[in-house]
Write a protein that binds this ligand. Structure first.
Ligand code: TMP
Length: 214
């Protein structure tokens, strides 16, 4: 029997992902269920150090492949140090971004394509989310919500990069309809929350796995 439950949240920058992550945390807290919340890039000391490098807006010379490998390196550490042990202990893991981000941003956005899937195959070591919420919103609208001086190296990229990444997300949603739950993120916060809560209720009722922390 597989233990634990792995939930990831994806979406373009400025799509309201952070607000809904707070709602997801509340969903579980209200039910007295402990979760392990974590994020990418990051989630470990090594991952957070890599995050600083990856998102540093001064490092404009970074090659696209370097970027893809750094995200994957942070993920490899995260999977082995945090995610797999938590799932093995029967925990619910909620992760702000995971490998789909690399497929979308580096595979489609940077145009690196298939090598990104191959690299990430090594990084995730068979660890695939059970459910992925994809916040769908025109990335041009989302990015306008982020003040220029607050934008990191990725957010500073042109609209066409973010549009390609978004198209990558849509391709993933088509390819993995069982796992990826598309959420129309152009609606109001409460409406979006209700959609997510409905799906979470369904998931909790249907999980054949043993969940600890309740
Ligand atoms: P965040 O702002 O949601 O924390 O994400 C940081 C940025 O990193 C965001 O612009 C998306 C980008 N990203 C990738 O390009 N590839 C990845 O694999 C991940 C996890 C994030």
């Amino acid at each position: 029997m597989r233990k634990g439950l792995f939930i990831s949240i994806e979406g373009s920058d400025g799509s309201g992902k952070s607000t809904q992550i707070e709602n997801i945390k509340l969903f579980f807290a209200d039910r007295g269920i402990d979760i392990v919340f974590t994020r990418e890039p990051g989630g470990t000391v090594i991952g957070e150090k890599l995050r600083e490098i990856i998102l540093d807006k001064e490092l404009t010379e970074m090659s696209d492949m370097t970027e893809a490998l750094l995200y994957a390196a942070a993920r490899a550490q995260h999977v082995r140090q945090v995610i797999k042990p938590a799932l093995a202990a029967g925990k619910i893991v909620v992760c702000d971004r995971f490998a789909d981000s690399s497929i979308a941003y580096q595979g489609y956005g940077r145009g690196l394509g298939e090598p990104v899937s191959i690299i990430n195959g090594f990084a995730i070591d068979g660890c695939i989310p059970d459910v992925t919420f994809l916040m769908k919103m025109d990335p041009r609208v989302g990015r306008r919500r982020i003040r220029a001086e607050q934008q990191d190296r990725l957010e500073r990229e042109q609209d066409d990069f973010h549009i390609r990444a978004f198209e990558g997300y849509l391709a993933l949603e088509k390819r993995y309809p069982q796992r990826i739950v598309g959420i129309d993120a152009s609606r109001g916060i409460e409406e979006i929350k209700l959609d997510i809560y409905k799906k979470l209720e369904e998931v909790l009722q249907s999980v054949p796995w043993q969940i600890s922390g309740k």
